[in-house]
Design a protein around this ligand. Structure first.
Ligand code: SF4
Length: 288
């Protein structure tokens, strides 16, 4: 719950505000870019919502914030409730952004795929009653894909509730030792016809990406869209092994995808050819 006494001076006057507990995860700026902006390593409200659409997005950001740093002076309960039940948010086809990012995963995004052979949760949001209900209404969860050890959050609780199989790489399995499906080595593993787990060690030894339908790449902390550069990014700090990271980025040139859906950073949709060019450009920039 945000605290008005900790309201940052960088917020504009008005109903919505960010307090000093913000961890600068960027979630609110992605969900409500006309309301929130980055300022001095925090988010701040630079424009109070005016239209119903802007207010709705600001409440979605308030709900998704992993540390409860966004508050209102006067809560609009109707819009708050509507925003709460709007998650998981459709992205494209059967792919959704879950919301309710968890502080336990440093505010990383998680995703949900509804699929006739069983639904997938990609990394973990907070464990919340209304989110459990939302998953139940959509047919539960069959698999939980864990991109790496940092973003497991409350995967164990979701696995228990839905009898879901957690998929993790051997090199990061210490974070979730009782996982049902452990992938080893660097070869990709086909789980279902349309799902391929691709080991991409670098940020951690056990990083994996999930390729779905040859269109979507759930990339964890391995790859993301850098809004400032308008290019793909990959970790520069917090890298377990730089040589492995380079190999893992180059490896992605073998795979087709037109979406990058990361844990941190922005998601991006490009044509297949533009995505390949973006990966090549990243490689030239990082390893000239
Ligand atoms: S979502 Fe919350 S923690 Fe993340 S940048 Fe916004 S206010 Fe800060």
């Amino acid at each position: 719950m945000a605290n008005a006494s900790k309201r940052l001076d960088t917020n504009i006057e008005g109903n919505f505000f960010v307090d000093s507990t913000c961890i600068d995860c960027d979630t609110c700026r992605q969900l409500a870019p006309t309301t929130f902006i980055e300022d001095s390593d925090y988010s701040a409200v630079f424009h109070q919502p005016e239209s119903p659409k802007e207010e709705f997005a600001a409440y979605q950001a308030l709900l998704a914030c992993p540390v409860g740093s966004i508050g209102t002076i006067k809560k609009n309960s109707n819009v708050y409730s509507q925003a709460q039940t709007s998650f998981p948010l459709p992205i494209e086809d059967d792919v959704h952004y879950v919301g309710f990012n968890s502080e336990k995963s440093y505010g990383a995004h998680s995703y949900f795929i509804t699929h006739p052979n069983g639904n997938w949760l990609i990394d973990s949001p907070r464990y919340l009653k209304h989110l459990v209900q939302a998953f139940e209404e959509r047919g539960g969860i069959r698999y939980i894909f864990l991109s790496h050890k940092d973003d497991i959050a409350e995967a164990a609780r979701y696995a228990k509730t839905f009898s879901a199989a957690r998929i993790i790489h051997q090199a990061d399995v210490s974070a979730m030792p009782d996982s049902e499906w452990v992938i080893d080595g660097e070869e990709p593993a086909q789980v279902e016809a349309e799902f391929r787990c691709i080991p991409v060690p670098g940020h951690t030894a056990g990083c994996m990406a999930l390729q779905y339908k040859n269109r979507f790449l759930f990339s964890g902390d391995h790859l993301w869209w850098d809004r400032d550069l308008q290019q793909l990014g990959t970790p520069e700090n917090l890298v377990w092994n730089h040589a492995q990271l380079e190999r893992s980025v180059r490896k992605l040139l073998k795979y087709s995808f037109e979406w990058v859906l990361p844990g941190h950073g922005e998601r991006i949709h490009l044509s297949y050819s533009k995505m390949k060019t973006a990966v090549e450009r990243l490689i030239r920039r990082r390893w000239p």
